[in-house]
Design a binder for this molecule. Structure first.
Ligand SMILES: Cc1ncc(COP(=O)(O)O)c(C=O)c1O
Length: 374
């Protein structure tokens, strides 16, 4: 009989052969865009810290002060004794800025999805999710026990077709999409999706993990608005915004919140401060998209719709070596490979921050142009 390690080594060898084996590399991120890796300084076009708030002095100070006042850890789950005073302030602010009645903060965006989706639908229900939905949406959907269908990416005609053919056989139906797609940077047709959901008596849930300043968007559309505090907010945690009933129910039924230790006070305080900055500095929130658009303009690519721009190269090898070439030239741009993206669509995924300067983008573009990848 094979030992556990033998089996695992075989699996790792298969991944290696497919150029899909992953390793973690220690980084010293000394501000939102500058990274030291293996002794080399790189400008990152790979972090999701879109607004540079993870290294913002006001945010850091808020986290430090909260740590001094409340300690490092929460000590228990929220429902036991982990409900730090800061939760209420953060949830009230999130609800206001998302235009909803209430909000519930989770341990991460992943935990928000994994707790919320199975709390809302189960065995006799139907989930219809966009084909390119993030792994944690799919994991959560599987965990729920509901029947799962996928509609072609951003294709509302296909969504309607699936509803027409299947909706009547199920008690409840949950439609799920990302607002900004994490690996493609395009945006979902939310107005149409909300109308379709209403027509078929389905609920619409959006994952806004990669949205910046959600409160600038059309507030009233989805029934369930999920987001993360770990990207544009520069902190850690996740949240769901919606009606009072939804949030009160999630606090009773979302197992990833109920049975997991609460967030550290530092993360809560950092998110509160970040949210205030986002509200007071709209120009900071607009900058990542402006930077992404400068990049697509110089390279004559289709205009960026968000702070994420993919350059699809196809084979895994190609993406990995392109990433190495960029690193040799001082840029950190991760190669994204299957299973994160579909087979044969390995890519460089560029993310733009409010902290990038025009010259960073122009220098990056001139390296890309020289390589002839476009
Ligand atoms: C679309 C999407 N949803 C959810 C998550 C999970 O959020 P978090 O990193 O806060 O767990 C991510 C993170 O990569 C994401 O891209």
């Amino acid at each position: 009989m094979l030992m556990l390690d033998d089996i695992l080594i075989q699996k790792l060898q298969i991944l290696e052969a497919k150029k899909q084996k992953r390793i973690t590399i220690p980084n010293f991120r000394y501000d939102g865009i500058h990274i030291k890796r293996d002794g080399k300084d790189l400008i990152s076009f790979s972090c999701n810290d879109y607004l540079g708030l993870s290294s913002n002095q006001q945010v850091i100070e808020a986290a430090v002060n909260a740590t001094r006042k409340y300690g490092v850890g929460a000590g228990a789950s929220r429902l036991v004794t982990g409900e730090c005073l800061l939760y209420r302030e953060l949830e009230e602010l999130l609800a206001i800025y998302n235009g909803t009645q209430a909000a519930c903060v989770f341990g991460s965006g992943y935990l928000a999805n994994i707790g919320t989706i199975p709390a809302l639908v189960g065995k006799n229900d139907l989930i219809i999710a966009d084909k390119l939905s993030h792994a944690c949406i799919i994991d959560a959907a599987k965990l729920s026990g509901a029947n799962i269908l996928r509609f072609a990416h951003n294709n509302t005609a296909h969504l309607r077709m699936l509803l027409e053919a299947n909706r009547s056989e199920y008690q409840n139906c949950l439609i799920i999409t990302e607002t900004v797609f994490s690996m493609d940077g395009d945006v979902a047709p939310l107005t149409d999706m909300a109308a379709i959901a209403k027509e078929y008596n389905a609920w619409l849930m959006t994952d806004g993990a990669h949205s910046i300043a959600e409160f600038n968007s059309n507030h009233s559309l989805p029934d369930i608005k999920m987001g993360t505090l770990s990207k544009a907010y520069g902190s850690y945690g996740g949240y769901v915004c919606g009606s009072n009933a939804l949030i009160e129910y999630l606090k009773n039924a979302a197992r990833s919140m109920i049975f997991s230790t609460a967030l550290s006070p530092a993360s809560l305080a950092a998110s509160i401060e970040a949210l205030k900055i986002m509200k007071n500095e709209p120009e900071r929130c607009n900058k990542p998209l402006e930077n992404a658009r400068l990049f697509t303009m110089i390279l004559e690519l289709p205009e960026a719709q968000s702070a994420i721009v993919p350059l699809v190269l196809g084979e895994n090898d190609k993406a990995v070596s392109a990433s190495s070439v960029l690193a040799e030239n001082g840029f950190l741009v991760a190669a994204i490979r299957p299973p994160t993206v579909p087979e044969n669509t390995a890519r460089l995924r560029f993310t733009f921050s409010a902290l990038h300067k025009n010259e960073h983008i122009e220098n990056l573009c001139s390296v890309i142009k020289k390589q002839g990848w476009i």
